[in-house]
Design a binder for this molecule. Structure first.
Ligand SMILES: [Zn+2]
Length: 325
């Protein structure tokens, strides 16, 4: 039987867990809302309950697992696994890796959820076979991870791949990071919603008027229904992503970009302007071959990515039982 890992995906709105084997098969997938709390222990207890439900659904005892892989919102200290997710106020410098090691007696790797997403799509999804992959998540924020020459890239502090803070509109909207004109300030769901509010304030006619709450999902839904303002905003987001990708492709000699996350559910309404912008901007011989495709792993991308942190690990941060000497 192939080795099995416990895979955990921790986000601001959802906690997910599953048992994933070394061939990428998923068992016992459980997804629950992230509790709204400021108490770090309450949140950790919720995570443990989610894990217990997964182990029961998969019929697996912790002792038969080789390790725990965790994708979590950043920022964090890597590889120590002390996490301070922007969207999870209960955890500030929370020792997630140490707490999981103590609770389950297994080696644990905690990494940024967007890096895990990229590695998961490389392992089992739309990134298979890529030589130089950027995996991107466009949802509440814009995150990313790089898999170059088969290796997940970490960077000096574990944050490589933060494409959301590449600047595409100097002097543009203020970003949560403090800069202006970051990709995230234009293409993330809340940024689309803010741009819609500004346009409505200028008197632009739109089916979005009176929609509450006005979210990125509401903009995407209105675009699918043909609303001109929503279509304009999604096209603007697509062009901004395309500009960032053209720069990233030149810097890293990328051959593939995989895009997932809620905003990417808009499909061709986002991808058509995005790909046109890439074709227009990426003019070097080696960047012209870049392909940009939607993610394939859907709701399970988070847990498959978390398992990829174990099964695609290139270094000895996690010592798997079979390799102990
Ligand atoms: Zn920024």
């Amino acid at each position: 039987m192939p080795e099995r890992a416990l895979a955990v995906d921790i986000g601001g709105t959802k906690l997910a867990a599953a048992v994933v084997d070394a061939d990428g098969r998923v068992a016992g997938f459980v997804e629950r809302p992230t509790p709204v709390t400021t108490d770090p222990q309450v949140l950790f207890a919720h995570l443990q309950a989610t894990i217990a439900a997964t182990l029961q659904a998969a019929g697996v005892a912790p002792a038969t697992l080789c390790a725990i892989g965790v994708g979590c919102g950043g920022p964090m200290r890597y590889p120590e696994g002390r996490v301070s997710p922007l969207n999870i106020p209960a955890w500030r410098d929370f020792p997630l890796r140490a707490r999981l090691e103590a609770s389950y007696g297994l080696p644990v790797r905690v990494d940024n959820d967007a890096k895990a997403f990229a590695l998961g799509e490389y392992w089992q999804g739309a990134g298979r076979g890529a030589r130089a992959l950027l995996g991107m998540v466009v949802s509440t924020g814009v995150g990313g991870g790089l898999v170059l020459d088969g290796q997940l890239v970490h960077g000096a502090q574990g944050n490589a791949g933060h494409i959301g803070h590449v600047i595409v509109r100097p002097g543009g909207p203020r970003c949560a990071c403090g800069a202006r004109g970051c990709l995230e300030a234009i293409a993330a769901g809340p940024s689309l919603a803010r741009a819609a509010v500004r346009a409505l304030g200028r008197g632009t006619a739109s089916a979005l008027r009176g929609v509450a709450p006005l979210t990125g999902e509401a903009v995407a839904a209105a675009a699918r229904a043909g609303d001109p303002l929503a279509l304009t905003l999604l096209a603007e987001a697509g062009r901004a992503i395309g500009q960032a990708l053209a720069s990233a492709a030149a810097l890293l000699d990328l051959d593939r970009v995989v895009i997932g996350g809620g905003v990417s559910q808009a499909g061709t309404l986002l991808f058509t302007p995005l790909q046109a912008e890439v074709a227009h901007r990426a003019r070097l011989a080696f960047t012209r071959d870049l392909t940009v495709v939607p993610a394939q792993l859907g709701r399970r991308a988070g847990v498959v990515g978390a398992a990829a942190l174990i099964f695609q690990a290139a270094d000895a941060t996690v010592v798997r039982p079979g390799r102990r000497s």
